[in-house]
Design a protein around this ligand. Structure first.
Ligand code: C2E
Ligand code: MG
Ligand code: MG
Length: 475
């Protein structure tokens, strides 16, 4: 309801009369709202349309530019045999399929996610704040399962499937169309790989080889199928060679290819975002294993340390710190027994937010170590500001140390620098007695390598625990 009041004047100083206009605009508001709905929604299935999706995507791009430690993903979804449904069963059956599917998607999304119909049989999902263990890939798998479940139209049951292209936000994305283009390109890759699959957009000129796509699909299921393993390499004190703890190193017991090492699959995991659920699994499993060893009466008992490796993508996740702390709490492990290892280059890739996360972990008592130290390009002044407890010299220096004077001098320089900054020094890849003696001389604190033991399975360690208990209990 609107009141319009106008003065009706004849002479300059006083009004002759007042006209009051009363108008009911509720109908107009309704029409405006309805026009807005039509402009932003798809007529058939009442989902947001392309116009609305692009607007929301533009906002998401702006948010990520303001706060680069956050990330979103866009999934572009296309039905695999939609044309044949339309051709063989008629358009109304096709419409029923789209309506049924849109209902299923809406029910599966979090309130912060958004789905839109971009046209024809194409849908797009905007997943805001892609986070640790809660990422677009899991959702994509869920959507695919939903698309495969039969749809009922009248007496007919339609079975279909969808191909999904996933694109994570990246600094190169300036406009919504940049993101949609990349997601569409990934969707075509998924179709080319045999349909009913999902693929993540890859920047390399020709995209990844199909072998990689196959590996990606297998890796996606490796956690659920229990194919991932942690092997543990003992770490010893240089002084008396007593056991300090273990470094957890990931392996994949591939059903056809045997035991795979991280060099085969970690880069792919990082590129595709699978590193989030994998990293979560690694931390949980390492802590739980530690708990089991403590309970089984491991000789080192309460003083057993555990190191886990994490990638820069992981520690830049907003949820990372609370996740690590709650995992330790669940396993009843004191924070001071866990070391997070990050490579020197991961430190250099890290954001301000990521470095703040490391400070928060350290404040909680968790130790931070720079892995493969000496292979990156961190400046000495930057190093002094980092929230770290130890440096781990790269095995390439240890390896060449007894052959070339330069390698030995590099290790000496690292040890001197570390001590001056109050950090502990780890050496990895120690293979010979000569290397061990030199590292001891140079002042390293902890060492690991094939000389003492390669990484071994949890079962083997459990076995050793029970053997050592038997020995200790023997009269
Ligand atoms: P890293 O953390 O520097 O681990 C040391 C690597 O050296 C391990 O390789 C280990 O098996 C190997 N090694 C140990 N002793 C010797 C030795 O005496 N001689 C030689 N030549 N090599 C030795 P691995 O297990 O293949 O791991 C490679 C890298 O993959 C690791 O390097 C680490 O950066 C990464 N990685 C392993 N597990 C994980 C994980 O759970 N998460 C993440 N993000 N990265 C991981
Ligand atoms: Mg390491
Ligand atoms: Mg290393």
């Amino acid at each position: 309801m609107v009141f319009n009041v106008s003065h009706f004047q004849q002479a300059a100083d006083y009004p002759l009369g007042i006209i009051v206009q009363i108008q009911d605009i509720s109908d107009r508001k309704k029409i405006e709202a309805s026009l807005l709905h039509t402009a932003y929604h798809d007529a058939l299935i009442s989902l947001p349309n392309r116009v609305y999706f692009r607007e929301q995507l533009a906002k998401a791009i702006a948010r990520v530019k303001r706060n680069p430690s956050t990330q979103f993903a866009v999934m572009f979804l296309d039905f695999d045999r939609f044309k044949s449904v339309n051709d063989s069963l008629g358009h109304s059956a096709g419409d029923q399929l789209l309506i049924g599917f849109s209902k299923r998607i809406q029910a599966a999304l979090r309130p912060t996610d958004m789905v839109a119909r971009l046209g024809g049989d194409e849908f797009a999902v905007l997943v805001e704040d892609v986070q640790l263990g809660d990422n677009a890939l899991e959702l994509a798998t869920g959507l695919q399962e939903m698309s495969r479940e039969p749809f009922q139209t009248g007496d007919t049951e339609i079975t279909s499937s969808a191909s999904i292209g996933i694109c994570y936000s990246a600094p190169r994305h300036e406009t919504p169309d940049d993101v949609i283009r990349d997601a569409v390109s990934a969707m075509y890759k998924a179709k080319a790989a045999g349909k009913a699959q999902h693929a993540v957009f890859d920047l390399s000129p020709h995209g990844r080889a199909s072998a990689d796509l196959q590996l990606e699909n297998e890796l996606r299921h490796a956690i659920a199928l229990g194919e991932l393993r942690l092997h543990y390499q003992p770490q010893h004190r240089f002084g008396d060679r007593s056991l300090y703890g273990y470094e957890a190193l990931i392996r994949w017991a591939h059903p056809k290819r045997g035991l795979l090492y991280p060099a085969t699959f970690l880069a792919l995991a990082e590129e595709t975002g699978l590193i989030f659920p994998i990293g979560k699994w690694v931390i949980t499993e390492a802590c739980q294993e530690m708990k089991r060893w403590r309970e089984a009466g491991h000789q080192q008992g309460d003083m057993l340390h555990m190191s886990v490796n994490i990638s820069s993508r992981e520690f830049n996740q907003p949820n990372f710190v609370p996740f690590v702390i709650s995992t330790l709490t669940d396993a009843q492990i004191p924070a001071s027994l866990l070391t997070i290892e990050l490579t020197e280059s991961a430190f250099m890739d890290g954001t301000q937010g990521g470095v703040a996360a490391l400070s928060a972990l350290r404040a909680a008592g968790i130790k931070i170590s720079i892995d493969d130290f000496g292979t990156g390009y961190s400046s000495l002044s930057y190093l002094a500001t980092l929230p770290i407890d130890s440096l781990k010299t790269d095995h390439s220096f240890v390896n060449k140390m007894t052959e070339t004077a330069e390698a030995k001098e590099i290790v000496r320089a690292i040890a001197t620098l570390g001590r001056a900054l109050g950090k502990s020094i780890f050496a990895e890849g120690v293979e010979t007695e000569a290397q061990w003696r030199t590292l001891l001389e140079l002042g390293c604190d902890y060492g690991q390598g094939n000389l003492c033991s390669p990484a071994i399975s949890a079962d083997e360690i459990t076995q050793r625990i029970s053997t050592s208990r038997i020995i200790r209990l023997a009269p």
